[in-house]
Design a protein around this ligand. Structure first.
Ligand code: C5P
Length: 221
């Protein structure tokens, strides 16, 4: 059967990356986490003291750094100028700034080019916010994965280690804020492609969502 590209979009914490990783594994495809690329740019900016509103400095920054996603058995390693930043991009400092960094056109243009290049050979499962609408409008299968803010905050809360516990309500607020900035930005806002299939994961397990997507992908091969 033919290799296809699968686009998985949706708000923060809906389970996109876990689902996308498992779908890729089952299909023998490569998983591409585009949020990790925006996070890597944000980490690089933080380290240089570049504020998320400094458009010109961010433009120069993306032109000068090298980001690479290296597929490994259970996901991917993120390399920033060949340094492994897989864990460093998951800190709160990065999470709280990434939406604003991702709103700049120069940042998006550079990363979207890389993402299209990665998908050109097919056999990719890519997750993000604008994959079905902007990056891969021709993707054979598009999923828009959603879940209630309460469920998403609870999942995040359960992922946090004891020493980094944040009140659930604050997490809900931060997730709602990030949704709002991702949905309302001018360039490539988070939105559901017309031909995407909406899956609500609120009441489903990860494995149920994965099984649904695998069934759907087989109908497209
Ligand atoms: O997926 P993740 O939550 O790691 O993404 C971090 C942030 O990167 C998102 O909140 C969004 O601002 C940005 N992003 C984006 N476009 C994508 C993927 C992520 O703007 N395709």
């Amino acid at each position: 059967s033919d290799r296809i590209n699968v686009a998985i979009d949706g708000p923060a914490g809906a389970g996109k990356s876990t689902v996308a990783r498992k779908v890729a594994e089952k299909l023998g495809y490569i998983y591409v986490d585009t949020g990790a690329m925006y996070r890597a740019v944000t980490l690089a900016a933080n380290r240089l003291g570049i504020e998320p509103h400094e458009s010109d400095r961010l433009k120069k920054l993306v032109e000068s750094i090298h980001i690479r996603l290296k597929p490994v058995v259970d996901g991917q390693i993120v390399l920033l100028n060949e340094e492994d930043v897989t864990n460093a991009i998951r800190t709160r400092e990065v999470t709280l700034r990434v939406s604003q960094v991702a709103s700049h056109e120069a940042v998006r243009m550079k990363l979207v080019d890389m993402q299209r290049e990665l998908a050109s050979l097919k056999g990719i499962v890519m997750d993000g916010r604008d994959i079905g609408t902007q990056v891969l409008p021709q993707a054979e299968l598009k999923i828009f994965l959603i879940a209630s803010v309460q469920i998403r905050a609870l999942r995040r809360y359960q992922e946090l280690k004891e020493n980094e516990r944040i009140p659930l309500q604050q997490l809900e607020q931060e997730i709602a804020d990030r949704d709002r900035s991702d949905e309302q930005r001018e360039i490539s806002p988070l939105s559901c492609a017309k031909d995407a299939i909406v899956l609500d994961s609120s009441e489903l397990t990860i494995d149920q969502v994965v099984a649904l997507i695998l069934d759907l992908s087989r109908t497209k091969m």
